[in-house]
Design a protein around this ligand. Structure first.
Ligand code: C2E
Ligand code: MG
Ligand code: MG
Ligand code: MG
Length: 282
């Protein structure tokens, strides 16, 4: 296109590129500062077991309210943390804060099974996840079975043997392992039996248009059957509407997460949500 437009094309797009790289630079600078100044917060989104109508657990989701730039979503700043080589540090902040919350909820007799923590795929090649988690569990004096980690297929696609040994050690500690965004990756299904994975989380993109969309409804149905036959736990992500819930319930998907039940909440709001939870199921 720039060739067709001739010399002027250069002037047409250069300012745009500059703005974008300046924005990126600003984001990076503010992100580094945020990491130094503890400017993040953890929110918690409940997962509901629709068979027992109990809270199955909550997922910790990081939030960043930047003074200068406003609220920035993790979809924007996690890749920045990864490219700056700061993702291990960020994940460790999250693990520590989540375990502190676990300790608090246990002390307050708040009924919840576990807190799920998202771990970046890069953490498997860059950090020492097992040692870090061991230390944090000791520091906060909490049992390993109150923690679940959520990983994506990209965690083991590069180096299966490395990821396998990390996951096996975590599994031996008693940490549960969920495969996030299931169905969106490129990995072989054989990973499901080679790795100590406890739970599949069906990606929200498959849930979005069920039950109207035939293809995704069939995929969801197949994933549910797969999880059942492999004795894996199952969570449907991104459930917003009653018709989606109804469809998933019919297919006996046990655990539901999404705005239909609750958005991610502050720790304080989530405590209240857990205390009063008594949602009548459809
Ligand atoms: P994810 O782990 O798959 O998390 C699900 C995302 O969907 C969250 O977005 C959540 O707020 C959002 N969500 C939940 N229910 C609904 C719903 O019903 N409808 C819609 N439209 N969205 C829903 P969020 O918090 O912006 O996080 C995006 C991604 O960023 C996460 O995807 C995860 O990959 C990553 N992330 C978030 N927190 C952390 C963290 O503490 N550490 C790491 N390493 N990654 C994180
Ligand atoms: Mg997740
Ligand atoms: Mg997900
Ligand atoms: Mg995701």
């Amino acid at each position: 296109r720039s060739k067709e437009l001739g010399r002027n094309a250069f002037h047409l797009y250069k300012p745009v590129m500059n703005t974008r790289s300046l924005e990126r630079l600003a984001l990076e600078t503010h992100f580094k500062k945020a990491l130094r100044t503890d400017a993040f917060e953890l929110f918690y989104q409940p997962k509901i077991n629709i068979n027992s109508n109990q809270i199955a657990g909550v997922e910790a989701l990081i939030r960043w309210q930047c003074n200068e730039l406003g609220a920035i979503s993790p979809a924007q700043f996690i890749p920045i943390a990864e490219s700056l080589g700061l993702i291990v540090e960020l994940d460790l902040w999250v693990i520590n804060r989540a375990c502190q919350q676990v300790q608090l909820w246990i002390a307050q007799d708040i009924p919840f099974e576990h807190v799920a923590i998202n771990i970046s795929a890069l953490h498997f090649s860059q950090g020492n996840l097992v040692l870090a988690i061991k230390n944090v569990l000791l520091q906060w004096q909490i049992p390993a079975n109150r923690i679940e980690i959520e990983i994506t297929e990209s965690s083991f696609i590069c180096s299966l043997s490395e990821a396998k040994s990390v996951l096996e050690e975590l599994n031996e500690l008693g940490i549960k392992i969920a495969l996030d965004d299931f169905g969106t990756g490129f990995s072989a299904l054989s990973y499901l039996t080679q790795l100590p994975i406890n739970t599949l989380k069906i990606d929200a993109s498959f849930i979005a248009n069920i039950p109207e969309e035939y293809g995704n409804s069939q995929i969801v149905s197949a994933i549910i059957a797969l999880a059942k036959s492999l004795h894996l736990g199952l969570v449907a992500e991104g459930v917003e509407q009653e018709k989606q819930l109804h469809f998933l319930k019919q297919l006996q998907c046990p655990v539901i997460q999404g705005y239909f039940f609750s958005e991610p909440l502050t720790a304080h709001e989530c405590t209240a949500f857990i205390k009063q939870y008594n949602h009548p199921c459809i």
